[in-house]
Ligand binder design. Structure first.
Ligand SMILES: Cc1cc2nc3c(=O)[nH]c(=O)nc-3n(C[C@H](O)[C@H](O)[C@H](O)COP(=O)(O)OP(=O)(O)OC[C@H]3O[C@@H](n4cnc5c(N)ncnc54)[C@H](O)[C@@H]3O)c2cc1C
Length: 381
């Protein structure tokens, strides 16, 4: 065995880095006992629109981190529409959404983690994870490592889940993304737009259009999300609907590079740990309504860190109660609520219902969002 460590975190995205940062915050003496393996080198590309909700910023603030150090664009107003009309969210004292680029954000968070005394080995790809009674063997393209505890933070396509829970069912959303110049769109430059017009076409999701920046240059980020809840029905190609939305704003999708990536989303009955190995972030499951996962990834890190530090104190690594701990936390409560909401608002796919939801019963939707979708990050133990 080349290396022996106590806590091995597989994946250096927001969930893995947050787990390490929270562990060091709870128990600073653990810093030299944590090792993060990341297959890429920072700053590495990650397909993501980079929308940060307030909960993500609250978690970062509690870690003593100020995300304004990362290049960003602040969104004044978020529009949730059906066919171009719906409800608007504008907050009185702060931005509705903050948009970062993931190469910059993740590199910044990784640098903060290293400053906290945690080693990150970059360019190491994990190939296999084999837990046994006394520890876990992690096979990589650069040799084998041995750990007391392994955290699977390797994202939606990660290998950890496949190794430890090979027969677990998967709920996977399809997502496409395109970056364009700002152009002549009638959309306001500092606003973000979500449009649920694809739902009656059996797409359980929406198109988005965000402001963003690349190397300081203002750009727009477009995309389409489909939770795949209506997968048994006849559906147009996702690309067609995104092209339709962009054409309303004077953009021809064929002129831009289109990229796709799945997002694994949360189901309450899914297992998220086995003895000595637990999952965080997309590996455990993101939000099914929007595919929002950065704040969730940061939140999983906080919950997992408490679970790990207590298990180290007890010298017992079954993680039998980890799923329950996640479920009882603010993170688990919002994930559960979002799972229920997604399973209501997407299967009732008729036009009239979507018009009612986004244009008519706005105060009810805002109330439900405020109570069940947002403001969960204060309860993360
Ligand atoms: C198109 C698209 C748009 C999105 N937009 C938003 C948005 O606007 N807002 C939002 O909140 N969420 C968004 N998401 C979701 C968000 O990107 C994820 O939820 C988030 O990245 C999850 O973080 P994570 O740390 O769990 O996983 P990841 O960010 O995927 O990080 C996993 C890390 O593990 C590494 N890794 C993987 N396999 C291995 C291996 N075998 N060995 C070593 N390292 C490995 C990867 O290189 C990566 O660094 C979007 C997703 C997509 C696909």
């Amino acid at each position: 065995m080349e290396h022996q460590s106590d806590i091995l975190i597989l994946g250096g995205g927001p969930s893995g880095l947050s787990t390490a940062l929270h562990l060091v915050q709870i128990a600073p003496h653990l810093a030299p006992r944590i090792l993060i393996l990341e297959k890429e080198h920072y700053p590495r590309f990650k397909l993501c629109a980079g929308g940060l909700v307030a909960d993500a910023e609250i978690i970062l603030e509690r870690l003593g981190l100020d995300v304004r150090e990362v290049p960003h664009v602040d969104v004044d107003c978020a529009h949730f529409d059906f066919d171009g009309k719906g409800l608007n969210i504008r907050l009185s004292k702060r931005h509705a959404l903050r948009v970062i680029r993931r190469d910059e954000f993740d590199a910044w968070l990784a640098a903060k983690t290293q400053s906290a005394g945690v080693e990150i080995r970059q360019g190491v790809a994990v190939k296999n994870i084999i837990p046994d009674q006394n520890g876990v063997t992690v096979e990589t393209d650069q040799g084998n490592l041995r750990a007391q505890i392994v955290v699977g933070a390797d994202g939606s396509n990660g290998i950890t889940r496949r190794c430890i829970l090979p027969n677990n069912p998967l709920q996977t959303a399809r997502v496409l993304e395109v970056i364009t110049p700002v152009g002549q769109s009638p959309h306001k430059n500092k606003d973000a737009y979500f449009d649920f017009f694809p739902v009656p076409e059996n797409i359980a999701g929406y198109t988005w259009d965000f402001p963003t920046q690349i190397h300081g240059q203002p750009m727009r980020c477009w995309g389409i999300y489909d939770a795949n809840i209506l997968a048994g029905n006849k559906r147009p190609a996702l690309k067609e609907l995104l092209a339709e939305e962009m054409s309303h704003h004077g953009f021809n999708l064929d002129e831009y590079e289109i990229k796709g990536h799945p997002i694994r989303w949360y189901e309450p009955q899914n297992q998220i740990s086995v003895p000595r190995v637990l999952l965080v972030g997309d590996a455990a499951g993101a939000d099914p309504i929007f595919g929002e996962g950065i704040s969730m990834a940061l939140g999983y890190g906080a919950v997992a860190a408490h679970e790990i530090s207590e298990s180290i104190q007890r010298g017992e690594f079954s993680f039998r109660k980890y799923r329950q701990r996640v479920a009882r936390s603010g993170l688990g409560q919002t994930l559960f609520a979002r799972w229920v909401i997604a399973n209501v608002i997407y299967p009732i796919k008729w036009r009239w219902f979507q018009i009612l939801l986004w244009r008519i019963v706005k105060p009810i939707v805002l109330f439900v969002a405020w109570i069940f979708v947002l403001n969960w990050s204060k309860r993360l133990k």
